[in-house]
Design a protein around this ligand. Structure first.
Ligand SMILES: *Cc1c(COP(=O)(O)O)cnc(C)c1O
Length: 377
């Protein structure tokens, strides 16, 4: 039989929710942009996905090399050693922990476990793009609470909770704004969320904050089984490519989430590298120091150039450049990948991840050129 070339429409009975599902737009990969521009990849820099510009730490690299001969084996499905080590690090028990293929997978577990048609899910304006996706994926109804000065209005989030609310997602610090909610407001929210509502505090950037609000004592006390913290090895530990995040919560909540986890979701290299990364205090310290210096550099430069920016508690900075899409494209043509913010309802802004000093300088020089703010020679 000859293959027929006439195009056939897709008539598969897809879930109705898929039609309206927003598509996540990730930061563009270096190789893709380099191919487009006809440049060698080394000439392109990426400051678009809040990755660690220093890469993985030396201990993680060494552990990965040592482990390579063993990748033919399935990973430990329960990640025994990593959970034990992480539990000791956080002063909780392994029963308080669930590991995910990135903390994004933990957010998806929350969807499986707690969001259904009819559920309301409360988020803030300018929230992390994955929350609306997970909400719609499971047929939930998104309730968006207006931001205040671009940050979360936690009191308003609390007021938006109804008997139909199943989940509240809060990233603190928030991505993409870099804003951070004050500790007392966070604690008030944690204490006041009704017991039927799961409060997910997304702490992907927690390790970058000098004096972050510490919710682990609440977890240890055991009296808030509706609180889930999520953290990740993607940002401060520089392991985004290996995909490893985790949730911290009451053991009963963790047991419920565990039911929807696939047995080998955490690959063996990720487990090995994470174990080593937790011990690499030097790398964490260096990463923080580089980030603080980079944030200062960008803030000072934006100030000088008269560009509005958002003071950031994380490893990226949001700056108002006029037409964000155009500036993004123009920077890209110069081999600098940043993130346009239209999808977040911030079309005049771009988000720049803090890079190494030379990358930051190149990005700033590019931005000055693109905006016509280059100093005259
Ligand atoms: C980067 C990020 C994550 C972490 O993603 P991973 O899946 O762990 O790589 C989670 N939440 C927010 C708000 C983020 O910006």
């Amino acid at each position: 039989m000859r293959a027929r070339s006439a195009p056939a429409p897709l008539l598969v009975r897809l879930n109705p929710g898929l039609a309206g599902l927003p598509v996540y737009q990730p930061g563009r990969p270096i190789e893709e942009v380099a191919r487009e521009l006809g440049l060698p990849p080394e000439r392109v820099i990426k400051l678009a996905s809040n990755e660690n510009p220093l890469g993985p730490g030396p201990r993680a690299r060494a552990a990965l090399r040592r482990f390579l001969p063993h990748v033919h084996r399935y990973p430990d499905g329960n990640a025994y050693y990593l959970k034990r080590r992480l539990a000791a690090h956080l002063e909780v028990t392994p029963g308080h922990l669930i590991l995910g293929n990135g903390s994004n997978e933990i957010l998806e577990f929350v969807g499986h476990a707690a969001i259904a048609p009819g559920s309301e899910v409360v988020v803030s304006q300018y929230c992390f793009a994955v929350y609306p996706i997970v909400t719609h994926l499971f047929g939930g109804q998104l309730v968006v609470v207006p931001a205040r000065e671009y940050g979360h209005d936690l009191a308003a989030l609390r007021r938006a909770i109804t008997p139909r609310t199943s989940v509240v997602f809060v990233a603190n610090p928030n991505n993409p704004t870099g804003t951070i909610a004050p500790a007392d407001a966070v604690l008030r929210l944690v204490r006041s969320v009704p017991p039927h509502v799961l409060l997910v505090m997304d702490e992907a950037y927690w390790e970058f904050v000098p004096h972050p609000v510490d919710l682990l004592p609440v977890i240890r006390a055991g009296n808030r089984p509706n609180l889930l913290l999520t953290r990740t090895f993607s940002k401060i530990h520089g392991l985004a490519g290996l995909r490893l995040g985790y949730g911290i919560g009451h053991p009963d909540l963790v047991a419920a989430l565990e039911k929807v986890r696939q047995p080998f979701n955490i690959n063996a290299l990720a487990q090995t590298a994470a174990l080593a990364a937790l011990d690499d205090r030097t790398h964490v310290r260096r990463t923080r120091a580089n980030n603080v210096a980079g944030l200062r550099l960008f803030a000072a430069a934006f100030h000088r150039l008269g560009l509005e920016f958002m003071p950031s508690a994380a490893n990226f900075i949001l700056v108002r450049v006029g037409e964000g899409d155009k500036v993004f494209s123009a920077l890209q043509r110069q081999g600098v990948i940043v993130r346009p913010m239209r999808a977040y309802g911030l079309p005049e802004w771009i988000r720049i991840s803090i890079g190494r000093p030379a990358e930051n300088a190149r990005c700033l020089a590019g931005l000055r050129r693109v905006l016509g703010l280059a100093p005259r020679r």
